[in-house]
Write a protein that binds this ligand. Structure first.
Ligand code: AMP
Length: 431
């Protein structure tokens, strides 16, 4: 490409990226594992729109959260409405429950979703403006056993996709009964060190001092280490909920660390919060997190339905996953002459109806050139269709991986491919 052409070429928007076919294969594998595991736990998919009314996140995610104050992709549409590309999924599910009266269905409700989220953040490794989350939510289950079950499910998924060295951080952030007293104590402590805080955190002292714990600046973190901790303020109900939650984590033999400053970046959490972090992974070490939000449905004008959930970032999950793509296996057709080309079209159509992926190329080539082409595109099977084969109704099949050759009708060859592929796949999955 000339320099001029390069200057004219349009690139993707900063913080977004293309997922090219080889990488997309890994995504498909992780998504497939996630879907299977979520369904094992009774979750069903709920797909909500990517754009939502802006007030959904102002109200749900929280007006004082960094996401809402700094990171939303908000614009006015042609009808003059303020719309936002969703920065997270939970408020959309809550809206959908109320809009479709899903609360009338037998509870608890279990939903999952896999898709893109948008945050206008500073892009870096593991942090994008369009990123993807695996999201699960349970509604109508107060028991802390479900919080532990969600973490056990996340742990199962991490194992399935080869992620090691994950630490589970847990905390309780209290509820509207106990948090006001804590908020007051925190505000007083923060006010005493206000001049040591960054301008952003100075603003948080009055609005929401809990958010100071989220700040990554060393000065603010040092100041935050002197603040009172929520654990000392929990009401009896929250204390008991947290105690039982830990008992259930122990039951699953999940090792965890209690992190009293884990408040997470969203305003709506009550009681349980947790985060899954990977060792040696720099600043973006959180691959997932979640918690309980017992009041959001009610605050949205819906019924009194508690909620708890988890979101895992797919980009970060893939960065730490050891999963390897199994390359797609294709049958390639080496044909000579118009009649053989037409027979290949029909043969490929028949193979595909048997579930065998096929690659057809239409250019007239010598047999030798067909084979070098098949090698280049890593075809695992080559079906040779020439005039002699057409006359005899018998075709040759070459197994490119094992350099073996077979002969037979199309039905016989399809059967051979299906049998060999299924034993190859089960050998690969045992490795
Ligand atoms: P949060 O909704 O902020 O709790 O995020 C849940 C998970 O989504 C995080 O643990 C990350 O794995 C992922 N995540 C959040 N923001 C981003 C981002 N800007 N880029 C990539 N992944 C993200």
């Amino acid at each position: 490409m000339s320099r001029e052409q390069k200057q004219q070429a349009i690139s993707s928007i900063k913080g977004t990226r293309d997922i090219l076919p080889e990488e997309a294969r890994l995504w498909q594998m992780v998504e497939e594992s996630a879907r299977k595991i979520f369904e094992l736990y009774g979750f069903r998919e709920l797909r909500a729109p990517i754009i939502e009314p802006t007030e959904l996140f102002e109200k749900g995610t929280g007006a004082s959260s960094d996401i809402v104050t700094k990171e939303m992709y908000t614009f006015t549409d042609k009808g003059g409405r303020s719309v936002t590309l969703r920065p997270e999924y939970t408020p959309s599910v809550v809206r959908a429950i109320i809009e479709h009266r899903l609360d009338l269905q037998p509870q608890p409700l279990r939903f999952y979703y896999i898709g893109p989220m948008f945050r206008y953040d500073r892009p870096q490794k593991g942090r994008y403006r369009q990123f993807h989350q695996l999201d699960v939510e349970v509604f109508g289950e107060k028991d802390p056993a479900v919080d532990a079950e969600i973490i056990e499910m996340a742990h199962r998924l991490l194992q399935a996709v080869g992620v090691e060295g994950v630490t589970i951080l847990v905390n309780s952030v209290g509820c509207p009964t106990c948090r006001p007293a804590y908020g007051q104590a925190l505000r007083e402590a923060a006010a005493r060190v206000k001049d040591r805080l960054c301008p952003d955190c100075q603003r948080k002292v009055e609005i929401n001092p809990l958010r100071i714990f989220d700040c990554k600046l060393e000065n603010c973190q040092a100041a935050a280490r002197t603040f009172p901790l929520i654990n000392d303020f929990l009401c009896e109900d929250c204390r008991e909920h947290f105690r039982q939650f830990l008992i259930y984590l122990d039951l699953y033999h999940l090792s965890y660390k209690i992190e009293p400053t884990l408040v997470r970046g969203l305003d709506y959490y009550t009681k349980t919060t947790f985060e899954l972090v990977v060792e040696n992974f720099g600043a973006q070490n959180a691959i997932g997190g979640g918690g309980r939000y017992d009041n959001m449905v009610k605050e949205f004008g819906g019924p009194d339905l508690c909620g708890t959930g988890l979101a895992i970032g797919l980009e970060r999950l893939l960065l730490v996953s050891k999963i390897e793509a199994i390359p797609q296996s294709y049958a390639y057709f080496a044909h000579r002459g118009e009649q053989a080309k037409q027979a290949s079209l029909l043969a490929a159509s028949y193979f595909r109806s048997c579930g065998i992926p096929c690659l057809l190329e239409f250019k007239e080539r010598s047999l030798k050139s067909h084979f070098s082409r098949a090698n280049k595109i890593a075809a695992t099977w080559v079906v040779i269709i020439g005039e002699d084969e057409l006359a005899a109704g018998e075709f040759q099949l070459k197994d490119m991986l094992r350099s073996k050759q077979y002969k037979g009708s199309l039905e016989q060859l399809a059967r051979i491919i299906i049998d060999k592929e299924s034993s190859r796949k089960s050998a690969l999955s045992k490795e």
